[in-house]
Design a protein around this ligand. Structure first.
Ligand code: AHR
Length: 521
């Protein structure tokens, strides 16, 4: 099979906001306790943070981490999580039927984020609480001192404000599963009043209003329109959440799911612009895709856990073990974000450690402390995109064979995105969705000037169900393919795109593979 791609440095989609490579830590399962924070572990630092986990997080280059939820936040009292640890109350978390000890809270997370070279994206509780509380937490976190809550922060050991730049106005408030679930109108009013007061305390912060918790919600569309119509003046972003599953083992259909993600983004952009038009507004509302991933492997296991042990602390919930095909879809989801770089400014892979996560730690048995941390399959496309997908997103003009599957027609077999780095390099990301056939990709990069193909990273496994485990942590891992001098220079083959001229390259993309092609000066 063959495909052709033309990349022109002037066909720009937009600047890539590095925050699209964000992630998420919720007080859920073993994300915090036994994940990022494990004071009894031999690899814990002086704060109790796991150093091996921190290393894996730092490699991912995650600029923001959303915290502390998720569904959890809709019943959470932030005051419970600050002050002397021994005085913090244990609370029942009704989102995940767990007991929250509050041993880890805002101060600890701010410190952890610093050590992870990241920053905090903080979600407030608009489920069981409201605007007054939203105002108080901004004062606690961001005001320099001389007021009740800022002085409380100082008394709790943080002289300098945490200076949290980005705030979520609640979480998935359209979902009946949410504590304090609201109608669109109820949420819109509450969010707008909270937003106003939060910005009066600190006018420099940015705010994300809840969009729909998935494009499949019956209120999708109406919800966004109502919320934006009310809160347009006071918010900066609207959120999108989406998880995909493959319970029927239909790989072709599963890998086509980004067609849905693409439609979802386009629809939300259209609604943002419609509201702007209606209001004769100048401000553009952008998108925060602050929960996205594959999620389904652990569903049955979680039902069993709750049957046996409701209210335990740090129950091992949502521990999806990701396989090779999940990594391909995650790669395609990242490329979908890149192709919408003009409007999607924030993205959070949900989540980061243990809970539907790229990073896992072993579940220690009592009396056997220790255990390792490892990268799941989905770690690798994220790592590559975060490392090389910075700069300007370019259109790939691609001519590729297409296929039909259960839910979609005309799915491009080669899914691709391209990035122009600030150093003049070009990175092409590509997934070959074909189950059996390799693809010969001809690339024309003549507009960019003299480049060399210097790296071809490949993630492939013969078994779509292959996974990484503690015993076998590198079963699915990328390799760097050898490149001959002729392949590196390009222009070797006549009769191909550009007729063998310099700046044209030919690369093989194996069946079912994630590829990173690096062209550098
Ligand atoms: O990420 C897991 C859960 O998925 C989050 O708590 C919630 O916001 C979403 O439904």
């Amino acid at each position: 099979m063959k495909a052709k791609m033309i990349i022109d440095k002037d066909y720009q989609i937009g600047r890539i906001d590095p925050r699209i490579y964000g992630s998420f830590i919720e007080h859920l399962g073993r994300a915090v306790y036994g994940g990022i924070y494990d004071p009894g572990h031999p690899l814990a630092d002086e704060n109790g943070f796991r150093k091996d986990v921190l290393d894996l997080v730092k490699k991912l280059g995650v600029p923001i981490v959303r915290y502390p939820g998720g569904n959890f936040v809709s019943g959470f009292n932030w005051e419970d999580s600050v002050g002397p640890v021994e005085q913090r109350p244990k609370r029942l978390d009704l989102a995940w039927f767990t007991t929250e000890t509050n041993a880890f809270g805002l101060h600890e997370f701010a410190e952890w984020a610093k050590k992870a070279d990241s920053s905090v994206m903080y979600a407030i509780n608009l489920g069981t609480r409201g605007p007054e509380n939203a105002r108080d937490i901004v004062e606690y976190a961001n005001h320099k001192g001389g007021s009740k809550f800022s002085d409380m922060r100082i008394a709790n050991g943080a002289q300098d404000p945490f200076d949290i730049r980005l705030w979520c106005l609640g979480n998935e408030m359209d979902g009946p599963w949410q504590m304090g679930h609201k109608t669109a109108q109820e949420y819109a009013r509450t969010a707008n009043e909270a937003a106003k007061m939060m910005k009066w305390v600190d006018p420099t912060i940015e705010l994300v209003a809840c969009g729909s918790s998935s494009s499949e919600m019956p209120t999708f569309g109406d919800w966004e329109y109502t919320v934006l119509s009310e809160a347009y003046e006071n918010i900066d972003y609207v959120s999108l959440h989406r998880y995909y599953a493959n319970p029927t083992k239909d790989t072709k259909g599963f890998l086509a799911r980004t067609m849905d993600m693409d439609d979802f983004i386009k629809t939300v952009v259209a609604i943002c612009d419609a509201v702007k038009g209606k209001k004769h507004g100048k401000k553009q509302i952008n998108l925060s895709f602050d929960e996205w991933n594959v999620w389904y492997h652990s569903n049955e296991q979680d039902k069993e856990i709750w049957k046996q042990e409701k209210w335990g602390p740090a129950l091992p919930l949502l521990e999806d073990v990701y396989n090779f095909e999940d990594a391909l879809l995650v790669g395609s989801m990242l490329m979908t974000l890149l192709r919408h770089a003009d409007r999607v400014k924030i993205g959070c892979l949900a989540q980061l450690v243990n809970v539907i996560a790229p990073i896992m730690t072993s579940h220690e048995e009592p009396g056997k402390p220790g255990g390792t941390a490892w990268a799941q399959t989905i770690y690798y496309p994220f790592l590559h995109a975060s490392k090389y997908g910075r700069g300007t997103s370019l259109n790939t003009l691609i001519e590729t064979p297409k296929y039909d599957c259960s839910d979609y027609t005309d799915v491009p077999i080669i899914d691709s995105a391209a990035v122009l780095g600030d150093d003049g390099s070009v990175t092409v990301f590509a997934v070959n969705r074909d189950l059996a056939e390799d693809c010969v990709l001809e690339l024309d990069l003549r507009s960019i000037g003299s480049l060399h193909l210097t790296e071809h990273l490949l993630l492939h496994h013969d078994d779509v169900n292959a996974v990484n485990t503690e015993a076998n942590p590198f079963e699915v891992a990328p390799v760097s393919l050898p490149i001959t001098p002729a392949e590196a220079a390009g222009g070797a083959a006549s009769g191909t795109i550009g007729d063998g001229k310099p700046g044209c390259y030919t690369v093989k993309l194996p069946a079912l593979s994630w590829n990173v092609l690096r062209f550098t000066r």
